[in-house]
Write a protein that binds this ligand. Structure first.
Ligand SMILES: [Zn+2]
Ligand SMILES: [Zn+2]
Length: 249
């Protein structure tokens, strides 16, 4: 349904349908930083405002899903959510969403039940954080999308698009909770907490893309590969983001 081949394992080699500009998740995060960090520092100096922007993108997904569940209608809304996850990440210096992804979504299987594909969906115990590794460090967003489809595609498709989108909304609450408690954390602890929460947010965004059949790498590069989607500049020269919801249809 999603069009992604299932070939789990350490030697997972991507068969790209199209060449990609940003070959790792870190490179994509850096690219979004290059375009938007300056603007975000000026207009979104408080992290709550960035979380609010992310929340706004999630609300757009809910709104869009009432009208359509066609992949082509969700390329831009999904790309915006990815960009807003990186917008939060880039409020820290050197916070890598890929680090959180590696710890929560290891190659060998689900970080909760250990199985690949996961067999514990919806019935999770304690997470076993994995170690960061060179293989996943070099994965593109597209490889992460395929990996997560191998692990969780089937249970996620069974539970449906509304479940996945609701779980993404829950992640916005967890980010707010992390920010509420940030004064009780060291900078290192805060970065760790955010790496894990943002990885969860990205994973649910990927889950949504997998259910709808959106190629997230292509969608994100189509949107941001040539600079800001609005002004075309790097760095972006736009005014403050419009926080109104996008209109679908
Ligand atoms: Zn599992
Ligand atoms: Zn711009």
């Amino acid at each position: 349904m999603s069009g992604f081949e299932r070939e789990p394992g350490l030697d997972m080699v991507p068969s790209y349908e199209a060449p990609i500009q940003y070959p790792t998740l870190d490179a994509l995060q850096a690219r979004l930083g290059e375009i938007f960090s300056e603007r975000d520092r000026v207009y979104f100096d408080e992290r709550y405002a960035r979380i609010r922007l992310f929340e706004n993108g999630v609300a757009d997904l809910f709104d869009g899903l009432r009208r359509s569940q066609e992949a082509e209608d969700f390329e831009i809304p999904c790309a915006r959510v990815v960009a807003r996850i990186f917008c939060i990440a880039n409020s820290f210096e050197r916070l890598s969403v890929a680090n959180g992804m590696m710890e929560k979504f290891p190659i060998k299987g689900c970080a909760y039940c250990g199985a690949s594909p996961c067999v514990c969906a919806g019935n999770r115990g304690e997470v076993q954080l994995a170690t960061q590794n060179e293989i996943q460090q070099n994965w593109s967003l597209r490889q992460w999308q395929r990996h997560l489809d191998n692990l969780y595609g089937e249970p996620n498709r069974a539970r449906g698009i509304w479940f996945a989108t609701t779980r993404l909304a829950v992640e916005t609450n967890e980010l707010v909770a992390a920010e509420d408690n940030i004064r009780l954390m060291t900078i290192e602890e805060a970065k760790r907490a955010y790496e894990h929460e943002l990885a969860d947010g990205l994973a649910w965004t990927v889950a949504i893309a997998n259910i709808l059949g959106v190629d997230l790498q292509k969608a994100t590069e189509d949107r941001f590969g040539n600079g800001c989607n609005s002004c075309g500049s790097v760095p972006c020269q736009c005014l403050r983001h419009n926080m109104q919801q996008v209109k679908f249809g």
